[in-house]
Write a new protein. Structure first.
Length: 104
């Protein structure tokens, strides 16, 4: 299993809209991709905005490539979401999941 982590700093007044975007557009779309397992939204206030860390879990890097394309580290950020951000990572990070939450 592979965890994909992506970080962004949203405008404070756009944070709730970004969460809505993830829940109504992004996550329903990725649920249809073979190999997608689940996703988490982590957030905290940071400076002028709200920092988000989006963690998705996939069964393989091949599954992530179905989502991200030929270079699986490239961030997938629709223009609508990018407009809500102060800044965001251009590349995602991937980690092998050693112990899943149920196995802790």
């Amino acid at each position: 299993m592979v965890a994909r982590l992506w970080r962004a700093l949203a405008r404070a007044d756009q944070a709730q809209e970004y969460i809505r975007h993830l829940r109504t557009e992004t996550f329903p779309a990725v649920r249809k991709i073979p190999g997608f397992i689940d996703a988490s939204i982590l957030s905290r206030p940071l400076g002028p905005g709200i920092e988000f860390l989006i963690v998705t879990r996939w069964d393989s890097m091949e599954a992530i490539a179905r989502f991200a394309g030929a270079d699986p580290e490239v961030a997938v950020v629709p223009a609508k979401a990018a407009a809500m951000m102060i800044e965001y990572d251009a590349r995602a990070r991937h980690f092998e999941v050693i112990v899943a939450p149920a196995g802790i």
